[in-house]
Each structure stands twice: as C-alpha cells, then as structure tokens.
Design a protein around this ligand. Sequence first.
Ligand code: DGT
Length: 148
Amino acid sequence: MEQTYIMIKPDGVQRGLVGDIISRFEQKGFYLKGLKIITVDRALAEKHYADLSAKPFFNGLVEYIISGPVVAMVWEGKNVVVTGRKIIGATNPADSAPGTIRGDFAIDIGRNVIHGSDSVESARKEIALWFPEGTVNWQCSSHPWIYE
Ligand code: DGT
C-alpha cells in the first residue's frame, strides 16, 4: 500500500502539537509504520530540501529545520500522499483551510509546523533518506473496518 513521509517540524514539537497531529492521521485510518524524534543535522536538512537550494529562503528554511528536534513518521494507506497533503493544508498557512493542520495551528509560511511528501516518488526518496534503518511492517486488525 502507498506510504508517505510526514515530519512535524521543530515548531510543532516545541508547541506540543505532536499528539494532535498523530491523532489526525490515526483517526483518518492511516497506519503508522515509522516514528522517531530526532535532531536533524545540516547535511540531512539540506539534502531533504535540495530542490529548493536556489531559493532565497533556503538558508532560513535549513536553520528552522535544524533548530530543534523533529518527529519523523511514515504513514501508510490508500492515497495517503494526496490525502495527507489535504490533512496538512496549503504550504502558506494564510491559504490553509480551517480544519487542516496548518489552517488550525500556523500563521507564517516559515513556521508551518509540518511537512508531507508531495508525490509517491518523493515519498519513496524521503522515506529512504529519513528511515535508512527501515520501518515496521505490521498489520492493523481494524483493516476490514476501514477498507471495503
Ligand atoms: P513541505 O511539506 O514543508 O515540503 O512544504 P510544501 O511541499 O508544501 O512546499 P515546498 O516544498 O514548496 O516548500 C518547502 C518549505 O519551504 C515550505 O514548507 C515552507 C518553505 N517555503 C516555501 N516557499 C516559501 C517562501 O516563499 N518563503 C519562505 N520563507 N518559506 C517558504
């Protein structure tokens, strides 16, 4: 089944939003297959955001991601990449709908609380980057109550 990489950024951890964010994915019916809290070194942050290295906000973005621990997660489920992005909301919290994570918890684009992979291919690369040790393969006993 499809997987995505979700990361609660340092502001989300500092503000005590970890439990709420995990609950939203869990209650939707997605399965948690990887979870860890880590401090991120500069090289990993720069690799994760390599596509944005030419942007004027790149250095600030890297400083933000390494400014405190992040919670790195792998979530699994049908269409979890696209649906995960819907749960997260638009990149700029000014445009994020109420009811989304960024819509409910964030104001500035540079403090937007959470990251979610933007495609299945990005998810595959990001999971390999953030979970080189692999993830946990378990089956949820509620599966037939979530999927027809
Ligand atoms: P994500 O999930 O954090 O990768 O964010 P996306 O995929 O919604 O947006 P993306 O990949 O274009 O940008 C990655 C992060 O870079 C975004 O979460 C916040 C930051 N960022 C993007 N555009 C701007 C900007 O115009 N100004 C500032 N300060 N930060 C930006």
